[in-house]
Design a protein around this ligand. Sequence first.
Ligand code: NAD
Ligand code: TYD
Length: 355
Amino acid sequence: MNILITGGAGFIGSALIRFIIQHTEHQVLNLDKLTYAGNLESLSIVKNNPRYHFSQTDITDQNALSTIFEDFQPDAVMHLAAETHVDRSISAAGDFIYTNILGTFQLLEASRLYWQRADKDKHSTFRFHHISTDEVFGDLNTTSNYFTENTPYAPSSPYSASKASSDHLVRAWYRTYGFPILITNCSNNYGPYHFPEKLIPLTILNALAGKPLTVYGNGKQIRDWLYVEDHVRALYMVLTRGTIGESYNIGGHNEQKNIDVVESICALLEELAPTKPNGINKYKDLITYIKDRPGHDVRYAIDASKIQNELGWIPQESFNSGLAKTVIWYIENQEWVKNIQTGEYQNWIRNHYNH
Ligand code: NAD
Ligand code: TYD
């Protein structure tokens, strides 16, 4: 199979490409604009494999897309390219509207026109898999309910609203044109190669640097954390065995309060990196409560029984083992870290956190 993957230089996209190249015989074309969040060093393990190809392309570029479809002749598209950081969407929503909504529209149209012209075999087996988030559902206020595939959409942030819009476009292309789509909505991922603007990698790196570990509001917000390699296994199962037109929720069965996540990272670092920066007694002394995020969602939690019952997927990694692997990875991969801490990154951290 020829699989066109958008956003393959990002956190989840690069894990997906490493998985497909290492565990299957498929050809992969990674189509990525290489924004601040895209990093080809995350693909160094597969970059010389003859089944891996790369094109630096913006998904809003209609002409480039149609050339790529003609040249690569994909059997499937897995669409991960997006602007993904909620805090950035609050500071400047424009890129989120542009990439997540307009970009998804352009990709859908390029895919549909290609699919309509394809020969009978390709036409009948082609799939467009849209990778989305549980944030489209808004938040849960009680501890007893979960997001299912039937939960109404109620996004809270510019990021989640733009992802919700893209989900609606994808579903409409199925209903209107019969275009063969699949949608997955996953909870928060964590693991190696995660850009350090998100909670887990930011906390690990700030702790190692002796900087404040910033917790928004009261720190009691809940996220359902899933190890990224469990997510990519689920994505591959849905692509190859999911039912066209359906959506699947993917989650870790692993609800954690933000403050507990930060404290767990501190405890792991006490063992794994006992030599601390000057003046630091305990890593957890660095925990600093700051002003809450506007519109902050209180709780996300996924009911993943559909993908479990229909496709047999369950997460393999426990939070304790996954978090330990992640902390060790960041300690051992300072070169990767140094190379992404560019001027743009430093500016974001300085402006957003004042440190
Ligand atoms: P990421 O921010 O790490 O990577 C996004 C990638 O998309 C980058 O490589 C970037 O260069 C590329 N990109 C951005 N704009 C582009 C454009 N206009 N054209 C082409 N490429 C462009 O994101 P991630 O965390 O890997 O998330 C991947 C997808 O999974 C997103 O669609 C996101 O909404 C979804 N998702 C993420 C999570 C999570 O916890 N990270 C959870 C559920 C779903
Ligand atoms: P994040 O990793 O940005 O993912 P998302 O907003 O998509 O869930 O944030 C995870 C949680 O951690 C979220 O509730 C916001 C919170 N958070 C902090 O408390 N401090 C921080 O510095 C960051 C980046 C996030």
